[in-house]
Design a binder for this molecule. Sequence first.
Ligand code: GTP
Length: 362
Amino acid sequence: MDFAAFPDDYSAGFAVLVGRPNAGKSTLTNALVGQKVAITSNRPQTTRHTIRGIVHRDDFQLVLVDTPGLHRPRTLLGERLNDLVAETLSEVDVIGFCIPADEKIGPGDRYIAQQLAASGNKPIVAIVTKADKVSHEQLTEQLIEVSALGDEIMSAERVARKQRRDRQERKKKGEQMPFRKGSGPAASRASAKGEPASGVVNDGRGGWADIIPVSAVNGYQVEEVAKLLSTHLPDSPPLYPTGELTDEPEATLIAELVREAALEGVTHELPHSVAVTVEEMEFREGRSEENPLLDIHINLFVERDSQKGIIIGKQGARLKEIGQTARKNIETLLGTKVFLSIHVKVAKDWQKDPKALGKLGF
Ligand SMILES: Nc1nc2c(ncn2[C@@H]2O[C@H](COP(=O)(O)OP(=O)(O)OP(=O)(O)O)[C@@H](O)[C@H]2O)c(=O)[nH]1
């Protein structure tokens, strides 16, 4: 592996983009990296695995970790996703919090903001995505809202930390703990619901480390986002050789491409219920070296017979389309001809079954 020579002031490190489903994380990752590595689709929660894209520049290297949407656990799968997110947050140098410009800040954003603030002392850069979808005035308004959210959440977090410290101090000294308005069970419940904790005011000590608008679709400020994130990276030689765009195992990318093709244009409930595994990958015997063919056998799991019907389609028409789309993308990814076979299987309630989850790679 050839590491290019790098200047003295080179910096390198990890960044994670978080945000609620559909916030534009995958599209921004792709725009930053400049090649399709993370999987995008207009269906929420398509990114389940952590896929890294690497932004190489003359003076920095930014390793992007794309996480699933951070959300409140509903099923066991949701909890595992959140564990994954927590683990990722602890390993990065900077967090990019994506909030779409064209949607009002909601409880989902608030909840994520609180989780990020509570997760530690990592700098959080608020990234207002999809800037192309709104007018200049609307963008300005959203930037003000997002900035205010940062001030409020970070102030609340500082207050909470101070209260925790005080409580510990008092405990150490053996003092009795007074009940304080805003710190009882009702306040914790409000905070768990993503509602603002009452009584917390902006302490004027600032919120987000930075705030920046971007459009991954028309390229507005994409380079600036890369630069801004890189200012939070430690001095370090490159972590990966230049030219390497992803270190995700091929099988994961292949499974994601099949999953993406399967979810194209389907109903809302399905994304949660589809899991894809690569069962076998082998070069076909008897082919010449110049003209290899890679056989890939895929299992596509759904939870119900009705979902199986949706995937397969009338006389197998949809499955055929899925196969063709996925095959083309896999061939582009691997640069080799591919024969793809997809078996659709019903695994009842796989989301709630720890054993099944393990088998499916979660
Ligand atoms: N107009 C416009 N659309 C965008 C932009 N970025 C993303 N989108 C669209 O928004 C939708 C969601 O984008 P994704 O990048 O898949 O969002 P995500 O946050 O990765 O979503 P999950 O994987 O569900 O967490 C897709 O239909 C994108 O095409 C942007 O800058 N401008």
